[in-house]
Design a binder for this molecule. Structure first.
Ligand code: G3I
Length: 459
């Protein structure tokens, strides 16, 4: 070996040594990372979740895995329209409440799924159309999001509203036939009802840049440009035996619009590629700083709606599969969400500012303020009633609605009149207020209520 060659060899060894040292450091930091999906995801500022059928929460083999590995849950069916409003105006929250309690007791966040969807509608809604359906749908969004207010990390406000295939267009449905603005009306109503929840649009067959995902992309871009409140897009990711090469690029283009992205219903057909696909999806999420979490659609293979596809991370005996190891490794190897992520403020300003900002309680009586969430042809009004210094045993709030405006639904109050001078009286559980105490009621209407001011009378 001549001198020059010896020098080159020495440099090569030194560089190789440096690389090896760097790799050792990487491996060392990987080795100290989490040993469960939830710990590893949390270490990177993300969540790892599972869809839960609440009936299984009493099976200890199931909850052992759920509580050990997951720090986010979503109801597989219990928060859907048919479950939460089986009869019009009669709400049932048993399953959803049970899941929320379980989550709160075990340090888990909750994704809400789904406020409006063309499937799993109760029979009464399936038979409705036009403005009756629109009003019922917006009322549903308002009621359910209000019930769970403060408990939901992100709501799938609208699920699966785009058509499959090459059109990039909306899917035909009874909801779509109420007018193209039904989605934005739903998002505005959800924001008014739970300003702290992230509001997501959720769909499947969006696992790459294709006509369907582009249709959704254009809607999100339009919503952002017009101030329609949307915070996130869910990519269900029910996957087969291959993964689109532009899966990550597709997530990134949505993130670049200024929304978070989430993998919301991940499951993958069994076979040679399953573990690789799980790893690749996890890496893609980790590589997109606005990808805030991953949810698998179930816990064990036998819990899955996909039956014999064996599509999940645990086998039916609760053993970790190769796919589990790939996901865990990808979580541990991936970058953390930057400490100062480019998130939007959690709430968009309401379309109409409150016309009567809350003031100090008056000496006696009561005061009221209203916050309006309006869209073309309709509105939801949220009214705050504050008791004066002597408290109330009942209250009554009046508005004079502009001509053309009409009340269609009321909650937590009893309405008299629907047009012109309308009044809202307390119901039996919210009439008695201590001094300075606050309660809320709401109503929905058609037309415009812009500029209305409430007057409050106490008894
Ligand atoms: O609870 C009833 C039971 O009382 C009845 O005897 C039985 C008879 O069919 O049905 C039971 O309800 C079933 C329910 O799951 C609970 O098991 C429904 O029929 C069945 O349709 C329903 O399927 C759900 C499906 O959504 C509905 O479309 C699946 O569990 C659920 O995993 C699946 O989840 C969807 C997401 O919400 C949206 N994205 C796609 C995903 C997979 O299809």
């Amino acid at each position: 070996m001549n001198h020059r060659r010896a020098l080159r060899a020495a440099v090569t060894i030194a560089v190789t040594g440096a690389l090896a040292a760097a790799m050792t450091m990487t491996l060392t930091s990987t080795a100290s990372a989490g040993t469960t999906l939830r710990a590893s995801a949390a270490e990177k500022g993300r969540y790892f979740g599972a869809a839960v059928a609440t009936g299984k929460l009493s099976t200890s083999a199931y909850t052992t895995i759920l509580n050990r590995e997951f720090n986010s849950v979503v109801a597989e069916n219990e928060m859907k329209w048919d479950a939460t409003e089986p009869q019009q105006g009669r709400f049932s929250y048993t399953g959803g409440d049970r899941l929320v309690s379980h989550a709160q007791a075990n340090g888990m966040s909750v994704r809400g799924h789904a406020l409006l969807w063309y499937q799993q509608q109760p029979g009464w809604a399936q038979n409705m159309s036009g403005s009756a359906l629109r009003n019922a749908a917006i009322n549903h969004v308002t009621q359910v999001a209000t019930h769970f207010r403060g408990k939901i990390y992100a709501w799938d406000v609208v699920n699966e509203a785009f058509a499959d295939g090459n059109s990039g267009a909306r899917r035909d449905s009874n909801l779509q036939r109420t007018g193209n603005d039904w989605i934005e009306a739903a998002f505005r109503a959800a924001r008014a009802a739970d300003p702290g929840a992230k509001l997501c649009y959720n769909d499947y067959n969006t696992d790459g840049i294709n006509a369907k995902s582009t249709g959704i992309y254009n809607m999100v871009r339009d919503f952002k440009s017009r101030g329609v409140p949307i915070d996130c897009v869910g990519f269900q990711s029910h996957l087969g035996t291959s993964l689109a090469g532009d899966y990550q690029a597709n997530l990134q283009r949505f993130a670049d619009l200024g929304v978070d992205v989430q993998i919301t219903e991940l499951d993958v057909m069994t076979g040679g590629n399953q573990a690789n696909i799980y790893g690749a999806v996890t890496r893609a999420c980790m590589n997109v700083s606005r990808c805030t979490g991953i949810t698998t659609w179930g816990v064990r293979d036998c819990d899955s709606w996909r039956g014999s596809d064996n599509a999940l991370l645990f086998d039916c005996n609760g053993n970790k599969k190769a796919a589990y190891t790939n996901v865990l490794n990808a979580l541990n190897a991936g970058p953390a969400i930057p400490t100062d992520p480019p998130t939007d403020p959690p709430t968009d300003p309401p379309t109409d500012p409150p016309t009567d900002p809350p003031t100090d309680p008056p000496a006696v009586g009561c005061s009221a303020s209203v916050s309006l969430n309006s869209w073309t042809g309709g509105f939801v009004a949220t009214v705050k009633v504050t008791a004066g210094s002597t408290g109330t045993s009942g209250w009554n709030v009046g508005f004079t609605l502009p001509s053309g405006a009409s009340v269609t639904n009321t909650w937590s109050a009893t309405a008299s009149g629907s047009t012109g001078a309308v009044r809202f009286a307390n119901v039996n559980y919210n009439g008695r207020l201590g001094a300075g105490q606050v309660t809320e009621f709401g109503f929905q209407g058609t037309g415009s209520a812009s500029g209305v001011t409430p007057t409050c009378t106490a008894s």
